[in-house]
Design a protein around this ligand. Structure first.
Ligand code: DSN
Length: 422
């Protein structure tokens, strides 16, 4: 059994994996948190490193014969530090959520106060929400975006910080389209001595490529995922100031995790290497350009879709459309997107008019398609397809229109294939 392939040992499972590979090949992926990890990352993540126990950190493990995995983790740490200009990096968090949990464990005693970004306003639940470790172990509150322009309400942040004097303030989002003023967040945190943690799970790749304001000079710590705009290993990473390194490391291991995953850390090392390249910078520039191109087409089409682009555009890799004025639910349009070969997210928005859980929001991201190779003109074609799907008259046009759109999606997929090897 040791040397037999997955297909030989478990054809049933192999068929499911192959089905997902074919699905990825045949879907225009506009899920803002997804990407196309390169083969080198998949090779590392499926390597023999999977077998090794290595609790601890390089040079200080609870297991013997760790010299090779020490080398792997040291490479990942040094590459992460160099990529982000960080004083310290911990590459062991299993995910972005684990990274947030460890940072809270490092910086805040249980029962302490934490201020996060409201989930329906674009934040991540693990920053504060009841039902997550943050909501269970800390006294939490949240801020959001303004009703009129849907930009983050920095007056509300300042007033909540003054009133609650939180130990930790999170800045960073899962669904937002504009840059953040990290200097202002820092000033507000300094006014009461709060730690500033920037959750850059989504925009870490943009920061690495210089396509987004850099939070590192302002934040006490930054958490990130390595598989979204960074486009690589499935997992999290924390970077922080040197004086917090010991606390952050102890909070990751043994505070909140057991053995690190050496195979995933190896895949993170490859990701950080690739993210330091000119090719990566070019791809991220094309990603942002792509999101802007889609947004521009959808803003232009607002007359016929009755679905405004939130904040009327984007500065980052994603944009959100508000179906509220059209009277349609995101879940219905989402199903139509799937039928023509597009994947995206339906979500509730700040001040959502819909009562259904899926709400009125559709989030579109350009990261995976930029990795496939699309350029600005191709992204405009994607925007045109989306505008047709969102068009109110589409309902009466029916199946014929869906077929025509599916053909246009197929033409793009054929021009930009992925995973041609098995
Ligand atoms: N689930 C991720 C996203 O889609 O944004 C955040 O963790």
């Amino acid at each position: 059994m040791l040397d037999a392939s997955l297909a030989e040992v478990d054809p049933e499972l192999a068929e499911l994996v192959e089905g997902e590979r074919r699905r990825q090949l045949g879907t225009l992926d506009l899920v803002a948190s997804e990407n196309v990890p390169p083969r080198a990352v998949l090779d590392a993540q499926g390597s023999v490193l999977t077998a090794k126990y290595a609790d601890g950190y390089p040079g200080d493990r609870h297991y013997d014969l760790c010299e090779w995995v020490d080398g792997v983790e040291t490479l990942a740490i040094e590459r992460a530090k160099s990529l982000f200009g960080a004083e310290h990096a911990n590459v062991q968090p299993y995910s972005g959520s684990s990274a947030n949990m460890a940072v809270l464990d490092a910086l805040c005693e249980p029962g302490g106060t934490v201020l996060g970004w409201d989930f329906e306003h674009g934040g991540h639940p693990t920053q504060y929400l009841s039902g997550t470790f943050a909501g269970r172990h800390y006294r939490t509150a949240s801020y959001g975006v303004r009703r009129d322009d849907r930009l983050v309400d920095m007056d509300q942040v300042a007033s909540l910080v003054e009133q609650l004097r939180p130990k930790v303030v999170f800045a960073g989002w899962s669904c937002y389209s504009r840059w953040l003023d990290f200097r202002l967040f820092r000033q507000i945190c300094d006014s009461v001595g709060s730690y500033l943690v920037v959750d850059m799970a989504h925009f870490a790749g943009l920061v690495a490529a210089g396509e987004h304001p850099d939070p590192v000079p302002y934040a006490d710590a930054c958490t990130m995922t390595v598989h979204k705009t960074l486009g690589g290993a499935r997992g999290g990473t924390i970077i922080c100031r040197e004086d917090l390194a010991e606390r952050v490391d102890a909070a990751v291991f043994p505070g909140t995790q057991g053995c690190p995953l050496p195979h995933v850390i190896a895949a993170k090392a490859v990701t950080f290497l690739l993210a330091a390249s000119d090719a990566f910078r070019e791809r991220i520039a094309r990603t942002v350009e792509g999101a802007r191109a889609i947004a521009a087409v959808l803003v232009e089409a607002e007359g016929r879709t009755a679905s405004p682009v939130v904040t009327a555009g984007t500065d980052v890799h994603q944009l959100t459309v508000d179906l509220g004025p059209s009277g349609r639910l995101a879940g219905d349009v989402w199903a139509r997107l799937n039928r023509v070969g597009i994947s995206a997210n339906a979500m509730r928005l700040a001040y959502d008019v819909a009562e259904a859980p899926a709400g009125s929001g559709l989030r579109f991201g350009a990261a995976a398609l930029a990795t496939r190779g699309l350029d600005a003109a191709d992204f405009s074609e994607v925007g045109d397809i989306l505008a047709d799907v969102l068009d109110g008259s589409f309902d009466s046009a029916g199946a014929a229109s869906e077929k025509a759109l599916a053909r246009r999606v197929q033409a793009l997929l054929e021009r930009f294939p992925i995973y041609r090897y098995r």
